[in-house]
Design a protein around this ligand. Structure first.
Ligand code: SAM
Length: 270
């Protein structure tokens, strides 16, 4: 089983076009954090183009933010966004979650959206140990992870269709990390690693896509977009057609799509 995280560099340029699909999540992560003291140090693990760290910084401008991500194009975009928002005391660096180069016990708030505790087991244990190392005792954490893959309906549809095309079997399989979504398992990992408490909640919403063209845009900007582009034109057209047929189940009378989505939120103290 490979559960290696995909290389997100290929998806970086279009990543923010997908933000509308997961918009409620950054807010929910931030709402579960205590109000930070001025100057509090916030670490965003697997920050992509800057979320949820930039939402923390927007709501609490006096914090210092560092976001780390292994995809350098993601980091470049996050930096540009921070600059355009006028956030001087904000840094984004190309680093692994398992090796953040952050001083021990220096982080006051740790956040992450769909990156931390989503990887294969070995990388997960290393990034968990790193999170514990960098959080000061009593630091707060709040992060979102996917629940079982079938509750992330669009991505599951994309993968199940594309998996049937030449080379598609080696695409990352969202169901490969379903073992992490077993009730209590992530909480157990966090407690075993050394956090003081874990509060877990479910967050469900309907991602709304206005029309077929936008649905195809979501597919092209998703982490599967690079694979889609690599297909021969006829195969690509066939893949798009099968995916839009599969999405008929979520079709609304106005021609848009309503994609029910669920993730899990974890929060607590180191
Ligand atoms: C699903 S994206 C989420 C990005 C961002 N947090 C958001 O919500 O928009 C996952 C991100 O985690 C990053 N990532 C995956 N494995 C990583 C690792 N071991 N160390 C650092 N970043 C990693 C990827 O490059 C990608 O940008």
């Amino acid at each position: 089983m490979t559960t290696e995280a995909p290389d997100y560099n290929g998806a970086a340029r279009g990543w923010d076009q997908l933000e509308f699909l997961i918009r409620p999540v950054a807010g929910a992560i931030v709402e579960r954090l205590p109000d930070p003291a001025p100057g509090a140090f916030v670490l965003d693990l697997g920050c992509g183009t800057g979320e949820p760290g930039l939402t923390v910084k927007t709501r609490h401008p006096a914090v210092r933010l560092l976001g780390v991500d292994r995809a350098d194009l993601m980091v470049e975009i996050a930096r540009a966004k921070a600059r355009s928002l006028g956030f001087g005391d904000t840094a984004f660096e190309t680093r692994l979650m398992s090796d953040t180069a952050v001083a021990p016990a220096s982080v006051d708030l740790l956040v992450s959206r769909f990156a931390f505790l989503m990887l294969d087991h070995q990388a997960l244990e290393l990034s968990l140990a790193e999170a514990i190392r960098v959080m000061r005792p009593g630091a707060a954490y709040s992060f979102a992870v996917w629940d079982r893959s079938e509750l992330n309906t669009l991505i599951t549809l994309f993968r199940s269709v594309l998996g049937g095309f030449p080379g598609g079997a080696s695409l990352p399989d969202p169901s490969a990390i379903n073992y992490l979504a077993e009730p209590g398992y992530r909480a157990h990992l966090l407690l075993r690693a050394g956090v003081t408490n874990v509060e877990e909640a479910s967050l469900s919403w309907d991602a709304r896509i206005p029309d077929r063209e936008s649905l195809v845009g979501v597919l092209e900007h998703s982490p599967f977009g690079v694979f889609l582009k690599s297909l021969e034109p006829a195969a690509r057209a066939e893949a798009v057609s099968r995916i839009t047929e599969g999405a008929v189940a979520y079709r609304e009378p106005d021609g848009g799509y309503r994609s029910p989505t669920t993730c899990r939120l974890f929060g607590g103290r180191r």
